[in-house]
Design a protein around this ligand. Structure first.
Ligand code: ATP
Ligand code: FE2
Length: 326
């Protein structure tokens, strides 16, 4: 079975093609980068995706040496994400499914991050730490779905890092540059905010900026921000491990690329006899392959939909998806 997957939930328009063994036949991406110092305007990102869609599809077919008639299913990320962007992928997917008479398979973007992580690392049943620009969730499978054990109460961790970086005048790409600057810093006091199983970063950003205005060094602010925020995520992960008894942790999402986060997780997990898996950087960012692969898992368990049911799902939650394949 061959699946063509379409990702367009935010900045990345990705089209991937995979077979049922997880072999990658195509991986094409086009990523919208906002002007320096500016955030993303959903409408503008969607326009960018519309302009690139035909080209990305053509490249994906060329690199796979397949024709659309050879594809068995069309998988599409219907959410969660930015509505104008979601509509681009959904429209393309509906068109392809209709024109070529293929089943249409809805994929949840967050689940796809988990599934590509499991595919690439061979983790079986991990506590998943999903930290990116758009999400911060500690997730574990239980009784038919991926349950969210803890999450951010306000902004996602990657978003907090990007916001703080912009304010501190750090150049993009913010994540890796923030990481580098932080490695030269010393500790200053910043608030540690874990409430129950949830974390909160907005007060931490505010406090870090206050310290900056008071004249503290950028290196020290980045270092301390990292120490506090990663410790918060690590604490919640440890409690999810204790609660579920699972023996694996899987880091997915863009912030998983952080050396320091990986290190903290390793230390915590070693003490508990838990194995840490880290999604390779290439597969931590948004892409069409993860949608195509999750589409195969979903389709094999009967999760295809009619065109009339393929509305976008802006706030589609991780735990709303029925998982029959674990
Ligand atoms: P999603 O749509 O799943 O929320 P995303 O759009 O945020 O994903 P990703 O590539 O998964 O895209 O994540 C990007 C985030 O990862 C950015 O916020 C960036 O700051 C962060 N990031 C990338 N590299 C690092 C790093 N080395 N250290 C810390 N954060 C990083
Ligand atoms: Fe993503």
């Amino acid at each position: 079975m061959i699946s063509l997957g379409i990702e367009s939930t935010a900045h990345t328009l990705g089209i991937g093609i995979v077979d049922e063994n997880g072999k990658i036949l195509a991986d094409e991406r086009s990523i919208y980068v906002p002007p320096v110092g500016k955030g993303m305007v959903p409408r503008e990102v969607a326009d960018y995706h519309i302009k690139n869609a035909q080209d990305i599809l053509k490249k994906a077919l060329e690199s796979s040496r397949l024709k659309l008639k050879d594809v068995d299913i069309i998988s599409v990320a219907l959410g969660p994400g930015l509505p104008p962007c979601l509509r681009v992928g959904a429209t393309l997917a509906r068109f392809l499914a209709l024109k070529f008479g293929k089943p249409l398979v809805p994929v949840n973007h967050c689940i796809a991050h988990i599934e590509i992580g499991r595919l690439m690392t061979k983790a079986k049943d991990p506590v998943v730490v999903y930290t990116s620009g758009g999400n911060t969730q500690i997730i574990a499978y239980a009784e038919g779905s991926h349950r969210v054990f803890g999450e951010t109460e306000d902004i996602p961790l990657g978003n907090a890092i990007d916001m703080l970086s912009r304010e501190l005048g750090i150049q993009p790409p913010y994540g890796p540059n923030f990481d580098k600057i932080a490695s030269k810093g010393k500790w200053i006091d910043l608030p540690y905010v874990v409430k129950g199983m949830d974390v909160s970063f907005s007060g931490l950003v505010t406090e870090a900026l206050k310290k900056y205005k008071e004249g503290k060094r950028i290196e020290d602010i980045c270092y301390s921000f990292q120490e506090v925020s990663y410790a918060m995520v690590t604490e919640v992960t440890e409690r999810a491990l204790a609660h579920t008894g699972k023996k694996e942790v899987l880091l997915v999402g863009g912030v998983a690329a952080s050396q320091r986060l990986q290190e903290m997780m390793q230390i915590m997990c070693k003490e508990r006899g838990v194995k840490v898996f880290i999604v390779p950087r290439k597969w931590s960012g948004d892409n069409g392959v993860m949608i195509a692969w999750t589409g195969i898992l979903a389709y094999k368990h009967g999760q295809s939909i009619k065109i009339g049911e393929s509305h976008i799902r802006q706030k589609w939650r991780t735990d709303e998806v029925k998982i029959d394949w674990l």
